[in-house]
Design a protein around this ligand. Structure first.
Ligand SMILES: [Zn+2]
Length: 183
């Protein structure tokens, strides 16, 4: 899967190398910002989510661009504050976080690593693709049970523990689970 993140951002190996050094660089700032996690789904970093769009460095100044997952998502304020704290702790000052709303975030930007982490955490990752064609068309595939892998699942409630997840249950192992909705 080619995401905009992969097209814009440094690759993971470069970021990790830069993080080990003390030098400030775009790659280093990206690697530091990429350690920030989603308070609602703590296994996912903002890099896994595709929320982290770019990092720029000019001397000690860092500018990070984020695209919110959902407008009004309360977790975004926490993620923005955590990016500032993490970069301040790494010696960047001032730190500016820009929120870019367009193009709108979609679950298509979630990395494959992020989807694997979600499954291990017991949350079914977004299935299918949000396609842009005369507005957003949501293509929903069968949701796979993160515990037993069964595709015999059903939606119990459109809203799970948070608004970005739906509550499902598995008809085979009978366990309820959250599904990260496709948007
Ligand atoms: Zn199951």
């Amino acid at each position: 899967m080619v995401t905009l993140r992969q097209a814009q951002g440094p690759d993971a190996a470069q970021g990790a190398d830069a993080a080990r050094g003390s030098g400030r660089s775009r790659e280093h700032a990206w690697a530091v910002a990429a350690t920030v996690t989603d308070p609602e789904v703590p296994v996912l970093t903002i890099e896994d989510l595709g929320v982290l769009r770019s990092a720029e460095v000019d001397g000690d100044r860092a500018t990070v661009t984020l695209t919110p997952t959902y407008s009004g998502c309360p977790a975004m304020d926490a993620m923005r504050d955590d990016v500032i704290l993490a970069l301040n702790a790494a010696g960047y000052s001032p730190v500016e976080v820009r929120m870019v709303l367009s193009p709108a975030w979609t679950t298509d930007w979630m990395t494959d690593a992020g989807k694997r982490k979600l499954t291990k955490y017991g949350i079914a990752p977004p299935s299918g693709r949000a396609a842009l064609q005369q507005g957003i068309i949501r293509l929903q595939l069968a949701v796979k049970c993160p515990r037993c892998g069964s595709l015999r699942t059903r939606e119990v409630s459109r809203f799970g523990s948070t608004s970005c997840k739906a509550l499902f249950e598995c008809l085979d192992c009978l366990e309820p689970f959250d599904h990260f909705k496709v948007i």
